[in-house]
Every structure is written in C-alpha cells, then in structure tokens.
Design a protein around this ligand. Structure first.
Ligand code: SAM
Length: 280
C-alpha cells in the first residue's frame, strides 16, 4: 500500500480529530500523528485517549489560551527541523479553538503549513439541520452577558445567510429566546451530541425551541443553526411608480429605469416602458 504520508517534512500540521466518534479520525490524520516529532494539544489527557485508540505514543506539549504566548516561539523554532502537529480536544483546530496565531507565525517564519481536514461540529450541524447551506455565517459562541449577546445578534440580523452558533445546554434556552427577539421567529435546528450515541437534531421556530428547552436544559454539546431572514416582499407597482417619478426629476428615462431596477430588484425594460408612459 502506498503510504498516506512519507516521512513528514518539517513544518506545522493542523490535524482535525473526531467530535465524538473515534472512527471519524482519518487514516491520514492517524499517520501524521504517528510521525509528528511533537503534538501540541489542548489537554494531554484528551489527546492521550485518542493516541491510545490508534496505538500511537508521541510526545505531547500543552498549547492553550493560557500558555500559548510562552509556548508558541518554542514550537515555531522546532518547525524549522521537525514536524509539529496541532490538535484540539475535538474537531478542527482554530475553529473556536487555539491555533490561528501559530499558523500566522509559522507562515511568517517561512515554515510549511499543512492541513489534515476532518470533523468540525459547525459543518456537521449544517448537514443535519435541513436549512440552506449556500451561504452560512459561523458565529462561534455568543457572549454570555445579556446586552453583549443582544448587540452581537443585532449585528447579524440583516445578513442573508444561515447562522451557526456553538452553545452549551445550560445557556441554550436563553440563547434561543435572545435569537428570537433579535432575529424574529425564524426556523432553526438544535443539533446535539453529533456523531455520538444520542445524536439528534430538533427543528422548529426559535420561540418554539426556546419554550421546549426553557425548563429542560439538554445535556451534551450543542450547535444551533438558524435560517436566513425571509427575502424582502417585492416592491408594489405604486412603490415603483413613486421611485420612477422621483428619479425622472433627475435623470433621463433609461438611467431612471436602471437606478430603480437596481434599488427595487425589478425588471429594467419594464421600468423603462413605464417611464416613457409617465413622461408621455
Ligand atoms: N474545534 C471544534 C470544531 O471543529 O467543531 C469546536 C471546539 S468548541 C471549543 C466546542 C463546541 O463545539 C461545543 O461547545 C459545541 O458547541 C460544539 N461541538 C463540539 N462537538 C460537538 C458535538 N459532537 N455535537 C454538537 N456540538 C459539538
């Protein structure tokens, strides 16, 4: 069999790991972990379990928010001659997890940066929710303080994309209620324990889901997916006439028709014909 990875060239390897089901570790990820000179980990106990599962023993070094500034230069120095792997406790490093400064500084130092993609709770939730996936915005964790949370939600209320939030059981109902307040009562899905024994996706409107979980906070890990806002109602004939009449006071008919077509999302040719009627 052709090896998935020959001997690793020096550099930084970003390795995605399972979000619950250990069977989701890719063969390539396992091979990189088995050959790395050192694995930078969030929690040595968590990654030790994964390495045991694949029968591998490699040196680990903790890399998390509290020690990153101190450990990063040491890891960057090692990348010149060795393969350094980065994992998080679960899923894809850098996604609501440490790593982006390590990647940035590895690049700045001229080291190779290689990704070993795999599980990510946000993407897995999108595949379960049954909501549009053509455009989505990953929001990570909302702030826990009420006002900051409301402000963050208000910032994205008009964005025409499906929204993805990480959440915890105890905060879920308050989060759903705040989303209903700030976004309107949109369709949503609460996805939970993805790839684990009790995986589920519960769908409904934000208010209905908030009511469901108000007195029964769920256990486990959660991703909330929220539908985009409804498209705006099409402009009425009266709106179009008013906009055209105003534009005709400043512009010739063809330009007035173009401006109103762009502003109201209407057909330019039909607006031009209407402009000529209005002028005539
Ligand atoms: N880097 C990870 C990823 O790629 O998804 C995310 C790390 S973030 C610190 C942890 C959050 O991800 C959890 O609080 C939860 O919102 C979400 N999450 C992780 N595993 C999950 C799972 N199996 N089911 C549902 N949500 C999960």
């Amino acid at each position: 069999m052709t090896p998935l990875v020959n001997s690793l060239t020096p550099g930084l390897y970003i390795v995605a790991t399972p979000i619950g089901n250990l069977g989701d570790l890719s063969p390539r990820a396992a091979e990189v972990l088995s050959q790395a000179a050192v694995i930078a980990v969030e929690d040595t106990r968590v990654t030790a379990g994964l390495l045991r599962h694949i029968g591998v023993k490699r040196p680990m070094t903790p890399y998390h928010d509290h020690n990153a500034a101190h450990v990063r230069p040491q890891l960057i120095a090692r990348m010149g001659t060795e393969a350094v792997a980065l994992v998080s406790d679960a899923g894809t490093p850098l996604i609501s997890d440490p790593g982006f400064k390590l990647v940035r500084e590895a690049r700045a130092a001229g080291h190779a940066v290689v990704t070993i993609p795999g599980p990510c709770a946000a993407v897995a939730a999108l595949t379960l929710a049954g909501l549009p996936t053509d455009r989505f915005l990953f929001m990570g964790f909302l702030p826990s303080k009420e006002q900051a949370r409301a402000e963050t939600i208000a910032e994205v209320a008009a964005i025409r994309a499906t929204l993805v939030f990480y959440e915890s059981g105890p905060r879920l109902a308050a989060c759903l209620a705040a989303l209903a307040d700030g976004l309107g009562d949109r369709e949503a899905a609460v996805t939970r324990e993805i790839t684990k024994k009790f995986e589920e996706a519960v769908t409904g409107t934000l208010a209905a889901l908030a009511a469901r979980y108000a007195d029964a906070p769920p256990k486990g890990e959660i991703v909330v997916v929220v539908a985009p806002p409804d498209p705006p109602a099409p402009a009425s004939a009266a709106d179009a006439d008013a906009a055209l009449a105003e534009a005709l006071t400043r512009l010739p008919a063809s330009k007035a028709a173009g401006e109103v077509a762009r502003a109201l999302g209407l057909d330019r040719k039909a607006l031009y014909a209407r402009a000529m009627e209005m002028k005539g």
